[in-house]
Design a binder for this molecule. Structure first.
Ligand code: ADP
Ligand code: ZN
Ligand code: ZN
Length: 759
């Protein structure tokens, strides 16, 4: 008797295991690894899963038949499956979550994706002849609007030039919209023409993908001598190393070097993946790449509609994929077939690490794994590398190439520090703006130049406070104070999104003296409009960039000089390239330094150096005004002197001393439960179990700085592991401990999850 075929599939659920189903006779051929299947799951529900492998080992439980196979060809490559499995294992994230993160929604439902179609108009068969057209035209004499529309159509489609019977290929296709526009026809007129069968419609699939035009490889810029030298060095290092770090100061022309490297990869018929940390950045880089690579460039990120992402995904599986993919984090999960080079620009950026939900993966690490699968090279670029990459370069694991000259020898900006504490004592601040900043802004604007103001807090005010008793409203679901958003007149929780009305009276002492406290970007915008009436101001933060085109509009307006002052959060710190920015104001350096995280100084240093790098890119030397209450803070000095060598060597010495990355690996274990006592006991118990295996490598449990989110209480256990440790064994122990916890009835609705290599 023939054996039954079984398949193991991934389901889009936060579960670690694969699910086994049987394949009905006759379907065996179709059930190929990488194809999607429709399967019954739970109570009479059909779910889309992905076939990982097939086999003939009958499981010792009752298996169900699959409903049917959805694809004729695999939609996920074997390489992707392998990479996903690595991500799931390394980041201790369920494979179902990886599947969920990777696949666009349209590929996860049976018929979620619809090709975009457009309605075209044409003549019915019986009118496709010179004589019948004359007859039709005569009949329409009494309906002038219809006749005019009909005539317009004949003209646009070239039917009016037909003599006798017509060969179809002369005819130009016309969409319904085009015709309505051209003939100024109303919907009523169109309906009449369709009802009387003078015109008929048909649907045609149209691509949503951007059409970048012909590639123009000759548009590539000639590299300067220093850039050429760096380029040669990179190629030379690639002979020996899989990964090379390019440390080049802001505006040294790293992007131009990337473009040359991409061109070279394309000449070898290899694909390139170019990762950026922020969607905002794709706007500018896209324009620069498209000038050279035209429609060989595809763009992929989460602000694209799901249908577009499905189309790009499918194009990458087709015989004519994009040669260059420019994208944010999730682009590492796309299918590739011949990857030769991965570029990770601004490699130090923390947004490469996904925070929530799982998989909490670091796109830099995943990209390096992806490159390895293809034997491809990885280039990391940054002016302020991450501690990890810098250490890897110093120890020779990565190649290192340095570029210390800005293009055309433009100087790095001058950085002046303002002592805000002193200014406040002397009552000289204009709200968040010091007199020096105000004065330099006025000067720059008077000379037709631009200003960027950086404040890493969105909203109007980070909190409001009762001036009598000190009461601060907090979120009911989360352990955080609420942010005031003035133009919505609401208090918002930035953790759960919940909104609250602004109280008129303090519920504690009934005082009505409730005032905003601190400055968010929205309040700064208001203050700036007051200080600089009539000067066009733009704001770039999460709240102003919710729509996809918002980024493009804000960046293009500022580039073209239509706006003069740009206020923004960390979004503006990353690699944006503007020509006329004279002054950059860092309004509150302390908010970056006073963060309870071992990376706080690293982040503060890179963020300030990057923001400073936006000043004075072409022509004159720029000026940065750095406002702080803590002028003695060594990091401030190191930023001012651009003394990153000192900064890194001190930071690394400290990290080594206190057992932090890159010398130790960190895994955070999080526990969540709706009951605070329950989560406390659970965390203590989990900590105890882990100590049995890992001893003093376990720290905590502790309350994280935000210890309640969405009504769930959170506890955190930290694991500090030697870099040489057998990570598989670590995973096994953690999974075993988790399983023991999960089997304990007291902890029934306890959630346990991990953050591996937190950043
Ligand atoms: P980085 O990526 O290091 O910040 P960019 O590549 O953005 O630097 O270069 C900064 C500016 O200098 C850009 O406007 C870029 O077009 C210009 N530039 C850099 N190198 C060249 C070159 N070789 N020829 C012409 N323009 C260049
Ligand atoms: Zn009060
Ligand atoms: Zn909340």
């Amino acid at each position: 008797m023939e054996k039954t075929l079984y398949i193991d599939i991934i389901l889009p659920l936060p579960l670690n295991s694969l699910f086994t189903y049987s394949v009905p006779k006759g379907m065996e051929q179709e059930a190929e690894s990488g194809c999607r299947v429709l399967v019954p799951f739970g109570k009479s529900k059909l779910t889309v899963g992905l076939i990982v492998r097939s086999h003939d080992r009958k499981p010792d439980f009752n298996v169900k038949d699959i409903e049917r196979v959805l694809d004729k060809e695999p939609v996920v490559t074997q390489g992707q499956l392998k990479l996903w499995q690595w991500v799931a294992e390394y980041y201790m994230s369920p494979i179902g979550d990886v599947f969920n993160a990777a696949l666009p929604a349209g590929l996860k439902s049976e018929d979620g994706y619809r090709a975009k179609t457009e309605t075209y108009v044409t003549l019915p068969e019986n009118l496709r002849h010179e004589q019948s057209l004359h007859v039709a035209f005569g009949i329409l004499k009494r309906a002038l609007a219809q006749q005019k529309t009909f005539a317009t159509y004949l003209n646009m489609s070239h039917w009016d030039t037909i003599v006798g019977d017509c060969p179809d290929e002369k005819i130009v296709e016309v969409t319904k919209d085009e015709l309505m526009n051209e003939a100024h026809a109303t919907a009523g007129v169109m309906r009449q023409l369709f009802e009387k069968k003078f015109l008929v419609t048909y649907e045609k699939e149209v691509g949503r993908l951007n059409r970048g035009g012909e590639p123009h490889l000759d548009n590539i810029k000639t590299l300067s001598e220093a850039q050429q030298e760096a380029y040669n060095q990179i190629l030379f290092q690639f002979l020996k190393k899989k990964v090379v770090l390019l440390r080049g100061v802001t505006s040294s022309g790293k992007t131009e070097i990337y473009i040359h490297l991409i061109k070279q990869a394309l000449e070898r018929h290899e694909q390139v993946l170019y990762l950026l940390p922020e969607i905002a950045l794709t706007v500018q880089i896209r324009q620069r790449l498209q000038r050279v690579f035209g429609d060989r460039l595809g763009i992929y990120h989460s602000k694209y509609s799901d249908a577009e992402r499905v189309e790009i995904w499918k194009k990458q599986l087709s015989p004519t994929p994009y040669d260059v993919i420019l994208g944010a984090r999730s682009a590492v999960l796309l299918p590739f077939n011949n990857l030769g080079l991965v570029i990770i620009d601004e490699e130090h950026e923390t947004s490469f690490k996904q925070q929530d939900p799982a998989p909490r993966y670091h796109a830099r690490s995943v990209a390096i794994m992806l490159a390895q699968q293809f034997g491809a090279k990885t280039l990391l670029g940054s002016a302020t590398p991450s501690a990890e990459s810098w250490n890897n370069a110093e120890t020779g694991k990565y190649g290192l190439v340095e570029l210390d000259q800005r293009f055309k020898g433009i100087e790095l900006p001058e950085i002046k520090v303002v002592d805000v504490k002193d200014m406040q004592r002397r009552k000289m601040m204009y709200g968040p703006i010091s007199p020096l900043l105000l004065e330099t802004m006025q000067q720059a604007l008077a000379e037709g130049e631009q200003v960027i103001l950086f404040q890493n807090r969105r909203g109007f005010a980070p909190m409001i406070e009762c001036r009598v008793c000190g009461w601060v409203p907090k979120c009911e679901n989360c352990d955080v104070s609420l942010t005031l958003h003035k133009n919505m007149n609401l208090l918002t929780c930035h953790y759960c999104g919940y909104t609250y009305p602004v109280p008129k009276q303090c519920p504690n002492c009934e005082s009505d003296d409730i005032r905003p406290y601190g400055y968010g970007t929205e309040k700064i915008e208001e203050k700036i409009m007051e200080l600089f009436p009539g000067v066009p101001v733009a704001r770039m933060d999460l709240d102003t960039t919710r729509s996809r085109n918002a980024y493009e509009r804000i960046i293009n307006d500022f580039s073209a000089g239509r706006t003069k002052i740009l206020i923004g959060t960390q979004m503006i710190s990353k690699g944006l390239d503007f020509d006329h920015v004279r002054v950059v104001g860092i309004l509150n350096a302390d908010s970056m330094l006073n963060v309870p995280d071992f990376r706080a100084y690293e982040h503060a240093f890179t963020m300030m150096s990057q923001v400073a790098g936006r000043a004075g890119r072409k022509g004159k030397r720029g000026l940065v005004i750095l406002q702080t209450k803590d002028v003695e803070q060594p990091v401030i000095r190191q930023v001012v002197d651009n003394n990153w060598r000192d900064f890194y060597s001190l930071m690394l010495a400290e990290r080594s001393l206190f057992h932090y990355p890159p010398f130790y690996r960190l895994i955070y274990v999080y526990l969540k439960h709706k009951d605070e006592d329950r989560v406390d006991t659970a965390a203590l118990e989990m900590g105890g179990r882990l100590r049995q295996w890992f001893g003093a490598r376990v720290l905590g449990p502790d309350k994280p700085s935000v210890s309640k989110v969405r009504t769930l209480f959170i506890r955190k256990i930290m694991l500090k592991l030697e870099t040489g440790i057998d990570i598989r064994k670590v995973h096994q122990c953690l999974h075993a401990a988790q399983q023991q916890m999960e089997e304990d009835k007291r902890y029934s609705s306890l959630q346990i999850y991990y953050d591996v290599d937190p950043s």
